[in-house]
Design a protein around this ligand. Structure first.
Ligand SMILES: Nc1nc2c(c(=O)[nH]1)N[C@H]1C(S)=C(S)[C@@H](COP(=O)(O)O)O[C@H]1N2
Ligand SMILES: [Mo]
Length: 544
């Protein structure tokens, strides 16, 4: 039944402006209907936010739908988003979700003008989508995660029903008709203002309450005093940093360190309540450790370069930090774990984070003598929340998605045959050692240096193998050996520079590196998926 069917159409009756199609009043009523939809959407999100504060902040509909979207994004689209939006990809995603919701809300508002019940039911349908997304997330703690979406949708549906009712054009003589005979503006404005105020209040209160949980985590991080490491990192030689402007600093400051993860909301873990469980195949002695248990162990400090498999040739998803942590191999050995080469039954270690990420690494690599860490410190401070506080893994030589689990809370020993981790399920390689790469940091693409000596410089990495040689070529000229900066360890990148006698004109500079096994970086271009980009980085400049 259409509500508008009640509008009088009696011949000879007074013509009511409200009902003349395309009249200003007709448009105004439709605009207000769309606004009703938006207000209903705001009420739904505001109430959901408040409910999520009681249940779990991550169970809020926008975060849940966003997370579900990330989980289901096809790899090429994810690549595209990372390439074009970089670290802003998550903000863009949430804004996108809000924009789609706003459009749908307007549409439902217009629908409710004619079919109030159907419009309200449409809002409930969105609640179902949110509830399914929230309960289907890997970190979902059960059906209660559906509550924020459901409660929010009920509030939204009620608001839409109520506001659409206020926009009704009553039949003559019917109660509720204003003096003008049309719908009652005053009653609509009062209801709309009340709905807007209530949803804003609910949303703000929800945000504030959600922050309370985070405060315990923030306090626990402030209380951390990192003990001096038993095995400090050797001092970084001054000659590890080339003195050329524009080259990335050898140690990447925490604030500049790239961040790649699937978390829409950075997990805030209270170190005091944190536990790490080690269990699974071949674990003779299961253990559960507290954060203090880790700090009481022998700590080592190492400079290690971390690299993301999604890094394009010449890209910035690589950084070097001074990590403090516990040697994972020692801890595993204490639990009775043996690597496959010593007869251990498990060839894969699966790390799980508090937000449901799973990351699988070869046990053999973790126990082959390299400094695979359960890290607690980064560049002299506790891990920043965005980089995994309180504890993360860092493994020299393996891409982050197969080694560097942030916010870790569980370690399970298993086999590659038995279990595929998060990204492996999404077509990335099971095993992914870091490919040798080199990057020109300066000059920048399309720079216009003056003719004469131009310093070309950058970084090269082949973690756990080490960099032995970097070569630069100009246009199709011969490869010329660059000057290598001092090596800190084979687990970090190495800087290089080359004094180029630049002549006028447009030139292409290309770089390639050779690792300590004698292998030279391949020219063959490969996309990041499935196991890391390859190819030579080159930069075009015009010398004036
Ligand atoms: N819990 C969790 N850990 C994670 C990820 C993630 O999405 N969730 N991403 C991994 C990837 S792909 C990389 S490259 C590194 C990046 O670490 P960073 O953000 O500290 O630079 O973290 C790894 N650890
Ligand atoms: Mo990554």
């Amino acid at each position: 039944m259409s509500d508008e069917a009640q509008a009088p159409r009696s011949p000879g009756g007074p013509t009511r402006l409200e009902d003349t199609p395309r009249s200003p009043q007709w448009w105004a009523r439709r605009a207000l209907a769309a606004l009703s939809g938006l207000l209903a959407g705001a009420a739904a999100l505001g109430v959901a936010e408040l409910a999520a504060a009681g249940v779990r902040p991550e169970a809020g509909p926008v975060v849940a739908v966003g997370g579900a979207a990330i989980d289901r994004t096809p790899a090429p689209l994810k690549e595209w988003a990372i390439r074009n939006f970089g670290t802003n990809d998550k903000l863009i995603l949430q804004l996108g979700i809000l924009a789609v919701l706003a459009l749908c809300a307007c549409a439902l508002g217009l629908l409710a003008l004619r079919h109030r019940r159907t419009g309200a039911a449409g809002v409930l349908l969105f609640g179902v989508v949110g509830a399914l997304a929230a309960t289907g997330r890997p970190d979902s703690t059960g059906f209660t995660d559906a509550l924020p979406s459901v409660v929010g949708a009920i509030a939204g549906a009620a608001v839409l029903y109520l506001l659409a009712d206020r926009l009704r054009t009553p039949a003559p003589g019917q109660n509720g008709a204003s003096d003008g005979g049309g719908w009652d503006r005053r009653r609509f404005v009062i209801a709309a203002t009340a709905a807007a105020a209530a949803s804003a209040g609910a949303g703000a209160l929800g945000r504030a309450l959600s922050g309370v949980g985070g405060r315990a985590a923030v306090a626990s991080r402030q209380d951390v005093r990192l003990p001096a490491p038993a095995s400090p990192a050797p001092a970084i030689p001054r000659r590890a940093q080339v003195r050329v402007a524009g080259v990335s600093p050898f140690t990447t400051p925490n604030d500049d360190f790239y961040r790649v993860d699937t978390a829409l909301v950075v997990p805030k873990v209270d170190a005091g309540a944190w536990r790490l469980r080690i269990h699974g195949k071949g674990v003779a002695r299961e253990r559960t450790l507290t954060f203090d248990d880790l700090l009481r162990r022998r700590l080592i400090e190492r400079d290690i370069t971390l690299t993301c498999v999604s890094n394009e040739v010449g890209g910035g998803y690589a950084g070097t930090a001074r990590w403090i942590g516990v040697r994972l191999a020692d801890l595993l050995a204490e639990c009775g774990v043996r690597p496959p080469s010593k007869g251990g039954p498990a060839d894969q270690l699966v790390a799980r984070s508090v937000d449901g990420m799973t990351i699988g690494s070869p046990v053999e690599d973790l126990m082959d003598g390299r400094d695979a860490l359960l890290a607690v410190g980064m560049n002299g401070e506790p891990l920043p929340f965005a980089h995994g506080f309180p504890v993360r893994m860092v493994v020299p030589g393996l891409y982050g998605y197969v080694s560097a689990c942030k916010w870790i809370e569980d370690i399970e020993l298993t086999t590659f045959d038995d279990y595929d981790a998060y990204w492996v399920k999404r077509d990335w390689a099971r095993e992914a050692p870091i490919k040798t790469q080199s990057r020109i940091d300066t000059p920048k693409p399309f720079a216009r240096p003056a003719a004469g000596t131009v310093m070309v410089a950058g970084v090269a990495w082949a973690q756990h193998r080490g960099i032995d040689k970097v070569e630069v070529k100009v246009d199709d000229g011969p490869w010329q050996e660059a000057v290598l900066a001092a090596e800190t360890s084979r687990d970090t990148w190495r800087q290089w520079s080359h004094a180029w006698r630049a002549t006028k004109g447009t030139h292409t500079l290309t770089v390639r590196a050779t690792d300590r096994t004698g292998e030279t970086q391949t020219e063959k271009r490969a996309a990041p998926i499935p196991d890391g980009a390859s190819g030579w980085h080159s930069v075009v400049v015009t010398v004036d």
